[in-house]
Design a protein around this ligand. Structure first.
Ligand code: FAD
Length: 428
């Protein structure tokens, strides 16, 4: 009998638990340990921030859902991992032994890298918001309602070392759409400040025609932008950013005024994971081989935002490569295959495709991209805009929430529809 422990109950952890339970014989135990007792559908947080969704629409209590499938759940943060000893220490002081460990702890939101940035309640200086968690999105919504009574300039964007740019664009367009509906857009100058070298880079070196399409959308929506932006500090109502040129030399210093700001922070690995000797790169992301397996500790696997992926290319202001939902699910499927193979004495050689598919809502329309594989040159490099994306994003939310409620992580129709489009989870 083996005990498989999964840390994290997010977009990676929940499917990992369900898929593991489904695939492994019943004699093996599966336990999920997570810092909070709920799952949140992170892609819908931007809608929470403008009041288009309520918390209960996108949050699920995971204990009862996992219990129905025979998966144990512990709602405690992991504070230390003794990798050579195969043991975790939890926040309440308990110890938990494992045979295999799956790390899906997502990002540490590293607000403190830019003085004055980030919600004060999350270790930041308090002058900018985030939509990375449901709590942060609710905090934006509270301030946004006050802002609407007396609007002013808004700043949206991403800090140096951010690795998730789609949600920043998405949020800028959602706020724009919301303000237009309220007939207040004329009172709100908007500036998009990003560490990307150009609009539409997305941490991916661009996808298809993303540069010109997104630039055109920003112009069409009266959103000004500053790229290659190394934001250095934030004060109440002022964001200080140094714009670099393509050679990394200073081009211009900007002091951008705002009444409300949402800046995605730098991402790092969470402390308990980053502290394990030789498990992670210097920013605390888990170093894995092509089978999602730690190079140092062969019974540790990892998926999601917490894994180390090299940037697609070097950029004047450092940016990271995004890890999107479907890509994370492909990583999870590979891990489940590999642990099952290891347990039955077979070679653990499954490889995830890491196919990047993303739907970004723009309020009333949207933009979708498919990058197969993620690192160019690609077999599929596709970026399209249309109202259908807005509808598809709503469908994606309902569909994923249903998958998490029913515990079926890859329903058969998903498998065959995506396969028909040439999108599969495991590499041949
Ligand atoms: C605002 C936003 C919007 C996004 N929108 C999209 C989108 O539309 N489409 C898309 O494909 N991707 C999107 N992404 C990217 C990606 O899908 C998400 O970031 C996704 O949530 C990542 O999943 P994850 O499992 O790696 O981390 P998370 O979903 O963040 O889960 C991490 C889990 O680990 C737990 N945890 C953390 N530390 C500990 C600890 N020490 N002990 C125990 N538990 C711990 C947390 O409680 C949580 O349960 C978006 C990302 C952001 C930030």
């Amino acid at each position: 009998m083996a005990h498989i422990v999964i840390i994290g109950a997010g977009i990676g952890g929940m499917p990992a638990a369900y898929e593991m339970r489904e695939r492994l014989p019943k004699e093996h135990r599966v336990t999920v340990v997570s810092a909070v007792d709920y799952f949140q559908f992170v892609p819908s947080n931007p809608w929470i921030a403008v009041g288009w969704r309520q918390r209960e629409d996108i949050v699920l209590q995971v204990g009862p859902l996992l219990a129905k499938k025979g998966i144990e759940f512990i709602a405690q943060a992991v504070t230390a991992i003794d990798a050579p000893g195969n043991r975790l220490t939890l926040a309440n002081g308990d110890a938990l032994a494992y045979d295999y460990l799956v790390i899906t702890t997502g990002p540490k939101l590293s607000f403190d890298e830019v003085p004055g940035a980030g919600p004060a309640s999350h270790g930041g200086g308090g002058h900018t918001h985030s939509v990375c968690s449901v709590d942060h999105a609710q905090a934006f919504w509270a301030d946004y309602q006050e802002f609407l009574k007396n609007p002013g300039p808004i700043v949206v964007g991403a800090m140096p070392m951010a690795s998730c740019f789609g949600p920043a664009y998405e949020f800028a367009f959602i706020v724009d759409a919301d303000l237009r509906k309220r007939k207040l857009r004329n009172k709100v100058p908007m500036t998009f400040v990003t560490s990307e070298p150009y609009i539409g880079h997305l941490g991916l070196g661009g996808v298809g025609d993303s540069k010109s399409m997104l630039e055109s959308e920003m112009r069409g929506h009266d959103i000004k932008w500053i790229t290659n932006a190394r934001t250095t500090r934030v004060e109440a109502g002022k964001l200080f950013t140094t714009q670099l040129d393509d050679q990394g030399q200073v081009l211009k210093e900007h002091e951008v005024p705002f009444k409300l700001a949402m800046m995605l922070p730098a991402f790092k690995g969470v402390d308990a994971v980053a502290a394990v000797p030789e498990l992670c790169n210097p920013r605390g992301f888990v170093i894995i081989d092509e089978h999602q397996r730690s190079k140092k500790y062969r019974n540790i696997f990892s998926a999601g935002v917490c894994v180390a992926i090299p940037p697609v290319e070097t950029t004047p202001v450092p940016t990271g490569a995004p890890k999107t939902g479907y890509m994370i699910e492909t990583m999870v499927t590979a891990i489940v295959h590999n642990i099952a193979a290891d347990l039955s004495g077979q070679p653990a050689d499954a490889r995830a495709t890491w196919n990047a598919i993303c739907l970004a809502d723009m309020g009333d329309t949207g933009a979708a991209f498919v990058a197969l594989p993620q690192i160019p040159p690609r077999n599929v490099n596709w970026f399209k805009k249309g109202k259908w994306v807005h509808l598809a994003k709503i469908a994606f939310e309902k569909y994923f929430m249903r998958k998490m409620k029913t515990g079926n992580s890859e329903p058969i129709y998903e498998k065959y529809v995506l396969k028909a489009l040439g999108i599969v989870r495991l590499a041949e």
